[in-house]
Design a protein around this ligand. Structure first.
Ligand code: ARG
Length: 608
């Protein structure tokens, strides 16, 4: 082992530890093999590696296995101090390009100090080639997110799903997974009966001419009113559900018109938030619902219950059963999700399916996942399924987010309001005087949409959060505004140096990154945590870790910049010396932040 790692490093001459593993993963590998070599009886023990605070004098990472192993030995009747075990492990560590030195503490921790040479190589490669993804096992992942309902308002819950879902896709795409982005639009169901019947009455010419429905919500309310009060209308509405499901041209046409109105509104939101998603609504599964019902019936998993047909999620028949067929013969949300999961596994060949839907639906998804395992659609050894749940958005009064008049907030209005707030802030800072009109709009959008997304992503998604533009636009603390300003400040350093930093490769041919100052070293070590953070985010599908990391990078950068001159000027403001090495470190910081911003959906602006 000793040879192979060093040889690989030496022969390809490039930095990177073997195979582009993250630092923690690399250390896990190295220490796991050291434990096995030191104690062959513990060849199945996995190394426990923890990152240490970047300011700690006791190393950068720690291996914490010795204490546990000492206890294990004691049970076997062998008395050996943790410290001595740590020393044994240390002796078996293969030479690693990323380790500078190791120290064993009296308690038995092995303190790991990172190699500066390795850090310089990593950062240099990053400046030449951009951030390369850490290596992970590639999968086909299907992400079901956003998924609003036709003719109903897209509400803040859908906004959360849209923001979180988009970032999860970007993260997994960067990790080189094959990602399918699906909008499971609520575009099917009995409500379309009344909408079609109402459309026929209001716009009899809808076949030839696209009906001018301005406000679909209003249209929905009107049809619902008639449905509840007029028996004839109700009968026709039911009949339209049947003709729609049978695929009758006229009903399909009417249904398409109605969907188009919603679709356009949704698309505007996606465009503004820079979200890419492919529509595959519930209607897509109509024929597949028939098939999945047959599939379940043949397996003997459907049971009659009070006129409906149900399926228990597991053999114990406890909890709440899925309703597969209603007493009127119709299908339900459960039926379409069973058809969808089957399609995703058997036709899309996804091995990982992610549903980004509010916590209120966790019972539903639990039941779907269990049922899909019970009937053999999902195989626990092959498939991973996650319900990525999230909490509520609250108003500043701590209650459910509503407009002053008590209505649900229209997302378009919310985005407009964000734009107003951000313009006001930029004007207060006099940016409208400095920036060109185009730059100002760019900054305004970056701040407005950035702060809405970032606020959502920076909280642990499970918890509720309070929506407040004032808090979002604070330029101190862990906010998008603070990050964006820090980023523009970093970009301005190279720009103001008087030298051309646009070709970093050329600069790197002449200058090296140096990490002699303790703040330079601290910044470098912080930047190198990126891969570990990305892996941690992907593991539990939590993006707030990445937000915390961005904030840490900005804070540590500011410390560095306060202590380390990048450009020195004389009293009359003339540049007398440029520290290229440090400006390269600034550029590396910008590269790392840009990568994170992309995943978080923040648009970096170089001037703001
Ligand atoms: N349309 C649903 C809603 O607004 C969300 C759909 C989520 N995806 C799914 N496969 N059930 O609540």
């Amino acid at each position: 082992i000793k040879k192979s790692i060093t040889e690989e490093q030496e022969t390809n001459g490039k930095m990177h530890n073997d195979d582009n593993l993250s630092i923690t993963e690399h250390l896990e590998k190295v220490f796991t093999s050291a434990i096995a070599n030191a104690y062959p009886c513990f060849c199945n023990v996995r190394a426990i590696i923890a990152a240490v605070n970047v300011s700690s004098p006791f190393g950068d990472y720690q291996c914490n296995n010795a204490m546990g192993l000492s206890k294990k030995m004691k049970i076997e009747g062998i008395i050996k101090a943790a410290r001595d075990i740590a020393v044994d492990i240390q002796k078996c560590i293969p030479e690693s390009p990323i380790i500078e030195k190791l120290e064993v503490s009296s308690a038995g921790f092995i303190n790991i100090f990172l190699s500066k040479k390795f850090a310089v190589r990593s950062l240099t490669n990053m400046l030449r080639d951009g951030v390369r993804p850490p290596r992970v096992l590639k999968q086909r992942v299907l992400v079901d997110f956003s998924s609003p309902n036709i003719a109903k308002q897209m509400h803040v819950g859908h906004l959360r799903s849209t923001i979180i879902g988009e970032s999860i896709c970007r993260l997994l795409e960067f990790l080189q997974h094959d990602v399918i982005r699906i909008n499971h639009l609520g575009d099917w169901g009995t409500q379309f009966g009344m909408l079609i019947a109402h459309l026929e009455d209001c716009f009899p010419n809808f076949i030839n001419e696209s009906p001018p429905i301005g406000d679909l919500q209003e249209f929905y309310k009107e049809s619902k009113k008639r449905f509840d009060s007029d028996d004839n209308f109700k009968k026709r509405a039911y009949n339209r559900v049947v003709t729609l499901q049978k695929g009758k041209t006229e009903s399909i046409k009417a249904w398409q018109h109605i969907c188009d109105v919603s679709r356009k509104e949704f698309q505007q939101i996606y465009d503004r938030l820079d979200v890419t998603i492919h529509e595959r609504g519930e209607s897509f599964y109509q024929s597949r619902m028939l098939k999945v019902v047959e599939f379940l019936r043949v397996k003997g998993l459907l049971e009659f219950d009070d006129g409906r047909e149900i399926m228990w999620p597991d053999d114990s028949k406890s909890g709440i059963p899925l309703t597969i067929i209603k007493s009127d013969g119709g299908f339900t949300y459960d039926t379409s999700d069973m058809a969808a999961i089957r399609h995703r596994v058997e036709e899309d060949l996804a091995t990982w399916i992610i549903y980004v839907v509010d916590s209120g639906q966790s019972t539903h998804f639990n039941a779907i996942f269990k049922a899909a395992k019970r009937c053999g659609i999902l195989n626990s050894n092959v498939h991973r399924v996650d319900h990525v749940q999230f909490g509520l958005v609250l108003g500043e009064d701590g209650k459910k987010f509503k407009t002053r008049s008590g209505d649900t907030v229209k997302l378009a209005d919310l985005l407009d309001e964000g734009m107003k707030y951000s313009l006001k802030q930029l004007q207060e800072r006099g940016r409208d005087q400095i920036l060109t009109p185009e730059e100002l709009v760019e900054a305004q959008e970056a701040v407005a949409y950035g702060c809405i997304k970032y606020t959502d992503l920076s909280h642990n998604r499970i918890s509720d959060y309070i929506f407040s533009f004032d808090k979002m636009l604070d330029d101190r603390g862990n906010t998008a505004v603070y990050l964006l300003y820090t980023y523009t400040r970093i970009c301005s350093i190279a720009r103001n140096s008087g030298d051309d930093f646009s070709n970093l490769g050329a600069i790197l041919d002449t200058y090296n990154i140096k990490l002699d100052h303790k703040k330079e070293w601290k910044l470098a070590k912080t930047l190198l945590k990126l891969h570990d953070v990305l892996i941690q985010c992907a593991r539990g599908l939590f993006l707030h870790y990445l937000c915390e990391f961005c904030y840490e990078v900005c804070v540590v950068f500011t410390e560095f910049y306060d202590d380390c001159y990048c450009i020195e000027k004389n009293k009359s403001g003339q540049i007398i010396s440029v520290n290229h090495s440090r400006i390269l470190l600034c550029e590396a910081t910008a590269v790392v932040l840009r990568k994170c911003f992309h995943i978080l959906g923040l648009k970096p602006v170089s001037k703001m």
